[in-house]
Design a binder for this molecule. Structure first.
Ligand code: PLP
Length: 437
């Protein structure tokens, strides 16, 4: 039996080689898993990557199924087949609006969180171009927001990337101070996808509104609530936001479908034009099955929010307590209390994130790291860097995100594997040394 350390040595050698060295020698298609093995592999895993995606709820799938086959109409068609789809779409919109406490017509269905973020920021910025070209976003935002800002920057907008504190929190006062006479859009995420820190959105919205009034200008307040759904209050009136992004696959719904809430009267130019669906705000034939699934998943997530949050919080707190007491030289990333109930994120001194993930995966445990592997080198997470963490420490991060199906026994297994894995990795030669073996 190979030891974890020897398997890891091999794994590290593979990941640390250059792109050219790891290019597969066999044709690509041979590397693909056979469909029948995919489910088996997945089922055998303990899944701790719910911020990455969630398994779809069986009840959501049931609600969707008829819309792939029997009820296949196009909601824009005037005939009965089409009108059945239209009716289903209307009902789904009403259900989403119920959770968000907004008008039905303020709900726009999109292809997911990335599109919602892009559409919100660029759509509002273009609509308000004549009044100013300044956008504010937190430095810790998801790339769907940050890259949308970069596109605007390339086109002449000024972007303020707002610093966060050591826990990843955005200070409402800082938002207020950053607003100028040219600001048109402020985008601050509700909960961070890597470290789980929850921003005080009602206070931030109030600061934006107050400054907008003082300057007598329109400033659109957007929040990326993709990670908040299922754990936090999504009532847009209480949050005071003008726009809000959601993504179906983060709350046990389908992938490739999302929501953008656009408050009535908010200036907005659509990014996608064509047939004029979604009241001209997002053209394209509606993904009826996906939308039905999203609405069903959102209602379920809202109905079970308290119990799922409590379940995850108990597991989360146990993991944090055990890691801190059993693994020396580690840092909990994110806020100690203002964090999502399902998020655990640690940096481990002297260890990179990738080998930790590989080591866990070899033991059947799926987790995640903030580091992005690009061109064979590990880029430290921009979120951890925004917290002021050194690049070296930021490379050693591990994110564990819990879900409603995780159990105490799974947490026991994770802890026993992780404690010995970190110890073994710390005894290994450095990454470059290992690659030379
Ligand atoms: C905070 C946040 N925003 C946006 C996205 C993008 O969502 P989607 O995967 O639906 O494009 C994600 C996905 O991980 C996210 O975590």
């Amino acid at each position: 039996m190979p030891t974890v350390a020897s398997l890891l040595r091999h794994a590290i050698a593979v990941v640390s080689r250059s792109d050219a060295q790891i290019r597969p020698t066999r044709p690509r298609r041979m590397l693909k898993c056979r469909p029948d093995t995919v489910g088996m592999t997945t089922q055998n895993h303990i899944y701790f990557d719910h911020a990455g995606t969630t398994p779809m709820d069986e009840r959501v799938l049931e609600a969707m199924l008829p819309y792939f086959t029997r009820l296949y109409g196009n909601a824009s068609s005037v005939h009965t087949v089409g009108q059945e789809a239209r009716h289903a779409l209307d009902v789904a919109r009403e259900r989403v609006a119920g959770v968000l406490n907004c008008r039905n017509r303020e709900v726009v269905f999109t292809s997911g969180g990335t599109e919602s973020d892009n559409a919100a920021i660029q759509g509002a910025a273009y609509a308000l171009e004549q009044t100013g070209k300044h956008v504010i976003a937190a430095a810790s935002e998801h790339h769907a927001v940050l890259h949308a800002c970069e596109v605007l920057e390339d086109r002449g907008w000024r972007i303020t990337r707002l610093p966060v504190d050591d826990y990843g929190l955005v200070d409402p006062r800082r938002v207020y101070d950053a607003i100028t006479e040219t600001t048109t859009v402020v985008s601050i995420m509700y909960a961070n996808n890597e470290i789980g820190t929850i921003n005080p959105i009602p206070e931030i919205s109030a600061a934006v509104k107050q400054r907008a009034q003082e300057l007598d200008r329109t400033i659109v307040m957007h929040t990326d609530a993709v990670q908040a759904a299922g754990f936090l209050d999504l009532d847009v009136r209480r949050l005071g936001v003008d726009m809000m992004s959601l993504s179906g696959h983060k709350f046990y719904g389908p992938k490739g479908v999302g929501v953008l809430f656009i408050r009535r009267g908010v200036p907005y130019l659509p990014l996608i034009t064509g047939g004029g669906q979604e009241r001209e705000r997002r053209s394209g034939t509606e993904n009826i099955a996906g939308i039905i699934g999203l609405a069903a998943a959102l209602e379920l997530a809202e109905a079970h929010r308290d119990e799922v949050s409590e379940h995850c919080r108990n597991l989360r707190d146990r993991i944090i307590h055990e890691i801190v007491s059993r693994i020396p030289n580690c840092v909990l990333n994110g806020h100690p209390t203002e964090r999502l109930p399902n998020n655990v994120n640690f940096s481990f001194e002297g260890v990179e994130g990738e080998p930790i993930l590989l080591g866990l995966d070899l033991q059947g445990i799926a987790a995640s790291s903030g580091s992005a592997c690009s061109s064979g080198s590990l880029e430290p997470s921009h979120v951890l860097l925004a917290l002021g963490q050194t690049a070296d420490l930021a490379r050693g991060s591990l994110r564990i995100t819990l879900g409603k199906q995780n159990t105490d026994a799974e947490v026991d297994r994770l802890l026993s594997v992780l404690v010995s894995l970190i110890d073994e990795l710390r005894q290994l030669p450095t990454l470059s040394g290992a690659a030379d073996d």
